[in-house]
Design a protein around this ligand. Sequence first.
Ligand code: ADP
Length: 181
Amino acid sequence: MILILFGPPGAGKGTQADLLKEKHNLLHLSTGDILREEVSNNTQLGIEAKKFMDSGELVTDDLIIGMIKNKIESTTNVNGFLFDGFPRTISQAEALDLMLIESNKEIDKVISLEVDDNVLTKRLLSRGRSDDNEITIKNRLDVYKNQTLPIKDFYKNSNKLLEIKGDSSIEEVSSEIEKLL
Ligand code: ADP
């Protein structure tokens, strides 16, 4: 099973990912989490990525695609993958399709969590991660609209998209997802 969690920063992807990976025995691949780990380990990739992350810009496609490829190729014994925060550009989406074709797999569903901007900003400000200040948040939301939102049509056309209202409780969002899966 291959699922993609899609939605703006603060939509609740991480929270729902924790529930989904347990229920379906999936490997959760959050590019944000992987990048933050690289940053804290001071790896070459982390050093390269940090400047983009601190300003709310996207890390370059090459770095992200290479990173995901490594993870997929080095993983065994799972029921599938749960992508969170990836793909975030059309070219990442195309690269993912190619990787999956090479290993005879395909995306099952793209779960899109829909939440209003003002709710998102409030949630992010109360989360308090180091890149969660008002200026960076605004930039991340703009980057999302310009570079990431266009992928939705890419998946809508292939009938894989599940649109879910993400502003109700964690349990309600989760049961809506399970119902539609
Ligand atoms: P959020 O959803 O709150 O924006 P993430 O944890 O998903 O947070 O990502 C944090 C930062 O990591 C992003 O602002 C971006 O700089 C970088 N990043 C994460 N995933 C990707 C990706 N797929 N492509 C490019 N940059 C990414």
